[in-house]
Design a protein around this ligand. Structure first.
Ligand code: PLP
Length: 391
């Protein structure tokens, strides 16, 4: 087996050893229910409080504004559904064409229930023009839900401008910051957004735990009813994973600038070498503002799926589109929404670096990737159509 070369940190991240160590006691002797009144339970409740403080600090919020739940998808659904439930007469939702499937699938479903959805477009570089949001808001708009950072291209949306517009028009605003948290600085107190989705597994903590930030001045009605999480999200909390989320948030906060600098330096070298040495290679999405760890590249004439299989044989993990869509052969909805042709989108790969990625990893990737691209292109039929390689 070749050594693993993991370049897919936007799909998920490995658990940090310090995070694992922090969570272990909560999987062993410290098994109390945080709602129990005896000391075993009270210690679990105290651990949740610490984690709440750590996650709040990462995003510049107050601990009371952090509601733990099962994942980023739940956070997004609960924010949008809460806004709709609070103002049932309003039937219009504004989002964008390049959202994560968590938002797209929910909005598609709501459209079948009679809600009107405005899908804001992006330009060829994946950028959102906030004036289009301003123009789309009507007296019927119940909620605006937009990405902070795109998971496929890393492109950042103009969150301050967006929040200024929704505040002026008094429309509840939700940001999906699942990819942004821990990679770029976030200060929710200064922003004045109502709801923000977060997920632990993009932060070197386990899967299956997330949080919704609910601004203390925002109205909120829960998806699950019961006592936990100040009645905002019922269900006995996943203490070990929440402790891990807290520790991961603390580490992300402490090393945010250093990690961003580290991944950005490696990403830029990786991207620049591939773009300058492989004919017909092109970056998708603007250079800036963008997450420091992400690059999305088209290698015309290849089929991304075939590249993934050949990369896998060499230990390289990356993705074609988002992890959720990479098992299907449909081209990425993000890239096609940017005006990239379906063929070009099918020839595109996302590489996302992480804090454990090294210079040697990049050197190895730069040796393997051009070789595989050349091999795929050489195997192309005479008509130039991409070759399909099976596993
Ligand atoms: N939003 C974005 C931008 C994501 O990248 C993801 C995960 O890929 C999610 C939401 C969903 O998060 P979770 O996997 O915790 O449900």
């Amino acid at each position: 087996m070749p050594e693993l070369l993991y370049l897919d940190h936007n799909a998920t991240t490995p658990i940090d050893p310090e995070v694992r160590a922090a969570m272990l006691p909560w999987l062993e002797n410290e098994f109390g229910n945080p709602s129990s009144l005896y000391s075993l339970g009270r210690r679990a409740a105290a651990a949740l409080s610490t984690a709440r403080e750590q996650v709040a600090k990462l995003v510049g919020a107050r601990p009371t504004e952090i509601v733990f739940n099962s994942c980023g998808t739940e956070a997004t659904s609960s924010a949008i559904l809460s806004a709709l439930a609070i103002d049932p007469d309003k039937r219009h939702i504004i989002t964008s064409t390049v959202e994560h499937s968590a938002t797209i699938k929910l909005c598609d479903h709501l459209a079948t229930r009679g809600y009107e959805i405005t899908w804001l477009p992006v330009d060829r570089e994946g950028r959102l023009d906030a004036s289009k949001l301003d123009a789309a808001i009507t007296s019927d708009t119940a909620v605006v839900s937009l990405l902070w950072a795109n998971n496929e291209t890393g492109v950042l949306f103009p969150v301050e401008e967006i929040a200024t517009i929704t505040a002026r028009k008094k429309i509840p605003l939700h940001f999906d910051a699942v990819q942004a948290a821990g990679k770029v600085q976030i200060n929710l107190e200064a922003l004045g957004v109502q709801y923000v989705s977060l997920s632990a597994h993009k932060l070197y903590a386990p899967k299956g735990v997330g949080a919704l930030y609910v601004n203390r001045r925002a109205r909120y009605t829960p998806l699950f009813r019961g006592a936990q999480e100040e009645s905002k999200r019922a269900g006995t909390q996943n203490v070990a994973s929440i402790v891990a989320f807290g520790k991961a948030a603390e580490l992300a906060q402490e090393h945010l600038l250093a990690n961003a600098e580290h991944t950005c330096k490696l990403r830029d070298r990786f991207e620049q070498v591939l773009l300058s040495t492989i004919d017909g290679a092109r970056r998708n999405g603007t250079d800036e503002p963008r997450l420091p760890n992400t690059t999305n590249l088209t290698f015309s004439g290849i089929e991304a799926e075939s590249a993934l299989l050949l990369f896998d044989k060499e230990g390289i993990c990356c993705s074609a589109g988002s992890a959720c869509s990479s098992a299907s052969i449909n081209p990425s909805h993000v890239l096609t929404a940017m005006g990239i042709s379906r063929d070009e989108a099918r020839a595109s790969l996302r590489f996302s670096l992480g804090r454990t990625t090294t210079e040697a990893d990049v050197d190895r990737a730069l040796e393997i990737i051009p070789r595989i691209i050349a091999r795929l292109r050489a195997a192309r039929p005479i008509d130039g159509s991409p070759v399909h390689v099976s596993a």
